[in-house]
Design a protein around this ligand. Structure first.
Ligand SMILES: *Cc1c(COP(=O)(O)O)cnc(C)c1O
Length: 454
């Protein structure tokens, strides 16, 4: 037997007081955001028209290594954090692997994912600025729920453009959003100029994140007292999510555990970036070495099959341009792909780290992901979100490699959320009707060809 408990808990007083800004330690900084009209780097003033002022500052801050977590945000965190770090003894046994597997679970709140970590921070800065409310988009629904929760707590209005196929497939998600007092609108809607345009151009369109973002930004910039908030991709979101990695590292340090491989699923990159940041910081400063693996769906493979270029963050091209690994903002992931991780681009921080060879990426297909989810929930109890199960899949692959080589590597992965609202996808898997859609090179080329030349 070993001294490491199944769950490593930190106490409330161990809750980090600062977020860690990994950009401060990056030699090659992510390329600046560009104004979509002038193609010049966005100023704080420009960004403040879309985002809350404090968040615009955080977005541009490449120098401060630590940014203080406001007391009010820390107090909210205390309702569901520190999140436990679990040693997956049962999964290890089931796999018969010498590897030691740990996961950081972020699903222990009603929104069911890590997204609440940034939602409360963004709502706090909106409230502090005296705003009436915020607008946002949601894909699978977790971000909309998280933002609705945070706004309810701080008494802010919240308008959520929910990707239409998710709005229709997940009536329970939108009901949770409504219960917390926010309004979910299926996107593309007829309430915005860009929504009307997309509906006219693509009748019956089931929507995409890029399109919902455009609608939310348009509403935020037209409605006095409102700003736009985003659940991933941006550097400010990744910053807030470093609470995941900071806690994970503190818990591991408590027992002198050092991970060899750190794995996370990658949609827009916020949970992965948040999980790896403190470890990446050590790697960048030459203090330690780790292997980092981003896992993305084969149906939306921005890191493994996209290109590194300036691109629009949204379909309507109203957001700043970001240099990132992208499939092109016109890329529409197959509707048969369940769960999130459907965004065409990737965090500029992770894109730069990946381009510099500091992080690897793998893509996995949907049915393999659900097979891993099934194995995991039967061994460890927790029903994982489909998104999180991408990380599970690669963690299991790595553990099975150790079984072959006899290496007892320490693996850490991010278990970003629970899958209670994804039972339609689980049903398709259980019924054997789930399919794997992998875009062809021609399809990807078509959307990549539309990336602006900058
Ligand atoms: C949104 C979400 C993700 C992906 O978003 P990132 O910004 O890439 O972290 C992963 N897992 C869950 C459960 C999510 O809700």
């Amino acid at each position: 037997m070993t001294d490491i408990p199944y769950k490593i808990y930190l106490s409330e007083s161990d809750l980090p007081k600062y977020w860690y800004n990994v950009r401060a330690d990056m030699k090659n900084k992510p390329a600046p955001l560009l104004n979509p009209q002038t193609h010049k780097p966005c100023t704080e003033e420009e960004l403040s028209k879309i985002f809350c002022s404090e968040l615009a500052k955080q977005e541009l801050n490449e120098t401060d290594r630590f940014i203080e977590i406001p007391t009010e945000v820390r107090d909210f965190y205390k309702m569901y954090r520190p999140a436990p770090l679990t040693r997956a003894y049962c999964l290890e046994k089931k796999l018969g692997t010498p590897a030691k597997i740990y996961y950081k679970f972020e699903g222990n709140n009603t929104s069911g994912s890590h997204k609440l970590n940034s939602a409360i921070a963004q709502a706090y800065y909106a409230k502090k600025q005296g705003l009436k409310g915020v607008t946002t988009e949601t894909g699978a629904g977790q971000w909309g729920t998280a933002m609705a929760m945070a706004c309810a707590y701080l008494d802010l209005d919240c308008i959520v453009y929910q990707v239409r196929c998710s709005y229709e497939q997940k009536p329970h998600r939108r009901e949770v959003i409504r219960t917390y007092g926010a309004r979910a609108i299926p996107s593309p809607s007829m309430e915005t100029e860009v929504g009307r345009k997309i509906n006219a151009e693509f009748p019956g369109c089931t929507g995409s994140l890029g399109c919902a973002i455009s609608e939310a930004v348009e509403t935020a910039t037209k409605k006095p007292g409102y700003r736009y908030v985003l659940g991933s991709v941006l550097s400010q979101v990744l910053l807030h999510q470093t609470i995941i990695g900071l806690e994970a590292k503190a818990a591991m340090d408590k027992y002198g555990i050092k991970p060899d491989v750190i794995i996370g699923c990658a949609g827009g990159g916020s949970n992965l970036g948040g999980l790896i940041s403190p470890f990446m910081g050590e790697k960048l400063r030459g203090e330690a070495d780790y292997e980092f693996i981003a896992v993305e769906p084969a149906s939306c493979p921005s890191l493994t099959r996209g290109i590194y270029a300036y691109d629009y963050c949204d379909t309507g091209c109203v957001c700043p341009l970001q240099k990132m690994y992208t499939l092109g903002s016109s890329f529409m992931p197959s509707a048969n792909h369940s769960g999130g991780l459907r965004y065409h681009g990737m965090s500029s921080i992770l894109s730069q780290l990946y381009d510099d060879g500091l992080m690897q990426a793998r893509s996995v297909s949907q049915t393999d992901v659900f097979a891993a989810a099934e194995l995991f929930c039967r061994a460890e109890g927790t029903l994982p979100a489909p998104e999180s199960s991408h990380a599970i899949k690669v963690a299991i692959d790595e553990a099975l490699k150790c079984k072959e080589t006899g290496e007892a590597k320490t693996i850490l992965f991010g278990l970003t959320g629970t899958g209670y609202f994804d039972m339609k996808a689980y049903a398709a898997f259980n019924d054997g009707t789930m399919s794997d859609y992998i875009p062809t090179d021609e399809e990807i080329q078509k959307s990549i060809a539309k990336i602006p030349q900058i």
